[in-house]
Structure formats: structure tokens, C-alpha cells
Design a protein around this ligand. Structure first.
Ligand code: ARG
Ligand code: ZN
Ligand code: CA
Length: 268
């Protein structure tokens, strides 16, 4: 693909305390981060060590706040809903309560048709897992399709909180929404010996044991992946926002397949 795919976005701000009703500037900053990150135009791409530079891919995707709502009326592409729910607690991967922000009848707000919009819900996240965000993979219910981001990890400025205040949680979650898996293959937690058996189904990402946190020093070697080690500067790792700066060509191929396949109706 040489043309840039254009994806309409609606941001649903679901707030309890007034500070969670984030500003338009905080929303705009997130859209601008996405447009840098998904066009390999982020200035911190220069942090990629020379040995990994040939792996850098360019997804060629532009995100924009929708200008028409589902009825065709003019919109700013943002909905704002006051809720009585103090915190949308996330306790497991399967608890239906985790999805309440996505339903008007449950204290959230209904998503817009997921074949025409990328729905992004922004709310307070808490609970056992206290996530920065989570995404829905392909092929699941249309009513819950999209991504959820904590207001503390959304965009820059406002309520965005260090070290997750550079908008990279949305880059990570939208990566999942476009069918990317975690770079370490999600085989952590299964005990010693299995840490190197998982795969993210991309040929060009080094095999990696477990998620990285913070900002590792290069090279960080696991799973006999020397001399260059883990690609901890990839958006699909768990490193801090200032550390994650790139997608690979293999990841771009998976996102391309999603945009020409299951999510083709979204990419204008
Ligand atoms: N789902 C992950 C979490 O909640 C998101 C990780 C995003 N990483 C980042 N650097 N912002 O922990
Ligand atoms: Zn993830
Ligand atoms: Ca692994």
C-alpha cells in the first residue's frame, strides 16, 4: 500500500470527577501522537539503535476525529458523558463489568458503528489489573469493538501522568486493534523454560522472554537473542512511553492485512 489509510475516530470521554472530563487539547495531542507514530514520523524514532534501524516499518495510517456522526450530522468527533461510576475497574480479561464504559445503559456511552469508526473510550481505570488501557481483537462483538484508555495515559498534558504521558498507550492498544500481539509472545507466567516459546507471529521481531518495563539499556538479551537482544523500543512491549518508538515491517504487514481484510470498511 502506498496511499495513507484514513481512519475516522470517535473519542468517548466518560467522566465522574470533573478532571476526568479531559480537554480538547489533550484529545488533539493524542491524535497527533497517533499520526506521528503510525507514519514513522515521531521525532524520537532516532532512539532506535543502529542495529535495529532496518526493521523500522511505516504503517501509513492517519487518524482523524470524525466530522459526521452516525446520523450524518456535523460533529467534533468527541462525546462527553457524566457517569456515577467512580472507577471502571478491570479485574480479569473476561469480566463483563470491565466493558461498562461501552454501554449507555451501564453508566458509559454506546459506541458508534465499529465498521465505520474506531471507538476510543477514555475513563478512569482501576481494579485488580488497573490497566493503562485495553483493546478488542478482531472478530469479537461489534458493540464492544475499539480501545479503552485511562485518562491518565491518554495524550499529553492535562491529566496524562509520567511515565505514560506521551500517548503511547493508544499506539499500543490500536496496534492490538489492528491485530498485533505482544512482542514477547505472551508466554510469561507459564514458568521457567516456557518464556521463549511464545511468538507474536512476526518474523522480524526478536524472540523475547517477558515484557520489558521502564527503559532498558541496549542491548537487553533474553532467549539467546544476542547480540542485539530484545526490541524493547517497540510499541508492543511494555516499556515506558519515552522508550517505545517504533513498529516493524512485519507488524506493518499484519496491520495492512487487517485494513485490507476484516477492517477494510474503516480505511478510506
Ligand atoms: N495494556 C497495557 C497496560 O495496561 C498497556 C501498555 C502500554 N504501554 C505504554 N508504554 N504506554 O499495562
Ligand atoms: Zn497490550
Ligand atoms: Ca516470550
Amino acid at each position: 500500500r502506498t496511499a495513507v489509510a484514513q481512519i475516522p475516530v470517535v473519542v468517548h470521554v466518560v467522566w465522574n470527577k470533573p478532571e476526568q472530563n479531559i480537554s480538547q487539547a489533550q484529545i488533539d495531542s493524542q491524535i497527533s501522537v497517533l499520526n506521528d507514530d503510525f507514519n514513522a514520523a515521531n521525532s524520537d524514532l532516532s532512539k532506535v539503535p543502529a542495529a535495529f534501524r532496518p526493521l523500522v516499518g511505516n504503517p501509513l495510517i492517519r487518524f482523524f476525529l470524525a466530522k459526521r456522526d452516525p446520523e450524518g450530522k456535523s460533529t467534533v468527533g468527541v462525546t462527553r458523558t457524566q457517569t456515577a461510576i467512580i472507577s471502571f475497574d478491570h479485574n480479569s480479561a473476561t469480566d463483563p463489568l470491565d466493558q461498562r464504559m461501552k454501554f449507555t445503559a451501564q453508566g458509559g456511552t454506546d459506541g458508534w458503528p465499529s465498521d465505520r469508526y474506531l471507538n476510543i473510550w477514555v475513563c478512569k481505570q482501576g481494579g485488580l489489573q488497573s490497566l493503562l488501557g485495553f483493546a478488542q481483537f478482531l472478530g469479537l462483538s461489534a458493540t464492544t469493538d475499539g480501545v479503552v484508555i485511562s485518562h491518565t495515559a491518554f495524550g499529553k498534558g492535562g491529566t496524562a501522568t509520567s511515565p505514560f504521558d506521551l500517548g503511547r498507550t493508544a499506539s499500543h492498544e490500536i496496534g492490538h486493534w489492528l491485530n498485533l500481539l505482544h512482542i514477547w509472545g505472551d508466554d510469561d507466567g507459564w514458568g521457567a523454560g516456557l518464556l521463549c516459546s511464545g511468538t507474536d507471529l512476526c518474523d522480524d521481531t526478536p524472540n523475547q522472554a517477558i515484557p520489558n518495563r521502564g527503559g532498558p539499556a541496549f542491548p537487553h538479551i533474553t532467549c539467546r537473542n544476542g547480540p542485539n537482544g530484545d526490541l524493547f523500543m517497540n510499541y508492543m512491549d511494555y516499556s515506558d512511553d519515552a522508550t517505545t518508538v517504533m513498529f516493524t515491517k512485519g507488524q506493518v504487514a499484519r496491520m495492512d492485512a487487517t485494513l485490507s481484510g476484516p477492517r477494510a470498511s474503516l480505511a478510506g
